[in-house]
Design a protein around this ligand. Structure first.
Ligand code: ATP
Length: 306
């Protein structure tokens, strides 16, 4: 048991480090040569991701055998559609995105892309097919153009600018004294959380993967920034299969399907309207969020009147 739990903890540690400290999960896994317990089968073939249909079939998963996290998850996202996962903290939402990215293998059931079991294909091809916009993007210490172009190093200047336009960050960049040549990152210009996220979105637009994972920022953004990010996300998720890990409900209203996860099981599923009508967990989460938003709005108004 010890032999199993140490590497798992170590990977958990690395995973957090990567989320917090490093610029890009995909590249950092390569750079660190992380000794994951996930390795390609000898006969693994590249994923043929043409359409981008995602299926979770009776998926079970635990980090620690004593503590099951996912207890039989079934859903399918048709190519090009958007699914949102919501639910209380610790329900297993991010775990679902980690399994799709194949940071871990399922302990039961299967995850498939276009009918291909992720365990039968090469990890490299899976990561190539998926774009990930993480909660916190840490930028490379380089120019803003470099940071966007990282999504597709061969992209032309005009393509970089077009991606920035779609991600609603172009106007901001143009106003910087050095424009696209401005240095960002630890030693350069400090960007806000919302600006960094839009750089990550521009990078993903350039990469143009058939599948997208959006791990929504937990931190509250102001209404204006949130609206800008939302429209950037709408742009990037068009015609791509999109999995949104939603920590706030405002962004899931337009999803084709919402899955409400509770303690590792799907408690409810449907569209926003269907779930509100059924008056269950989602409806009460929605009501609670409305109250919180209204309270915050009143606070802001009071502050402005001071
Ligand atoms: P939140 O909304 O707070 O981000 P979540 O629904 O995304 O929560 P997960 O991150 O999927 O939740 O975590 C589900 C459970 O798995 C949690 O109880 C968490 O403590 C546990 N867990 C997550 N990562 C690891 C890990 N690397 N090792 C062990 N347990 C883990």
């Amino acid at each position: 048991l010890m032999q199993i739990s140490i590497p798992l903890n170590f990977i958990g540690f690395l995973y957090r480090e990567i989320r917090q400290g490093l610029a890009d999960m995909e590249s950092m896994f390569d750079l660190l040569l992380v000794p994951t317990e996930i390795s390609d089968k000898p006969d693994a073939v590249p994923l043929k991701a043409v359409e981008g249909t995602i299926s979770f079939k009776d998926v079970r998963f635990h980090y620690d055998p004593d503590r099951p996290i996912l207890k039989g998850i079934d859903f399918e996202v048709p190519a090009g559609r958007t699914i949102a996962i919501v639910g209380p903290s610790g329900a297993g939402k991010s775990t679902i995105s980690r399994l799709l990215f194949r940071f871990y293998d399922v302990t039961g059931g299967s995850v498939e892309i276009d009918g291909q079991d992720l365990r039968d294909v090469t990890q490299e091809s899976v990561r190539h097919a998926i774009g990930m916009v993480p909660q916190d993007t840490v930028l490379f210490n380089d120019t803003i153009a470099y940071n966007i172009r990282y999504g597709r190093p061969a992209a032309s200047d005009e393509e970089v600018r077009e991606a920035a336009r779609m991600a609603q960050i172009h106007d901001f960049i143009e106003k910087l004294p050095k424009g696209y040549a401005s240095e960002v990152g630890e030693r350069g210009l400090k960007l806000s959380g919302g600006e960094k996220q839009r750089v990550a979105i521009a990078r993903t637009i350039l990469k143009s993967p058939p599948i997208l994972i959006l791990d929504e920022a937990t931190s509250a953004l102001d209404t204006h920034t949130e609206r800008e990010i939302q429209s950037a996300l709408d742009e990037v998720s068009q015609n791509r299969t999109t999995l949104v890990i939603a920590h706030r409900l405002s962004t899931v209203v337009n999803a084709d399907q919402i899955i409400v996860l509770e303690a590792g099981r799907i408690a409810e599923r449907g569209t926003h309207t269907e779930l509100l009508d059924s008056g269950g967990l989602y409806a009460s989460m929605w009501a609670r969020q409305r109250e919180a938003d209204e309270a915050e709005e009143r606070l802001r108004a009071a502050r402005e009147n001071d």
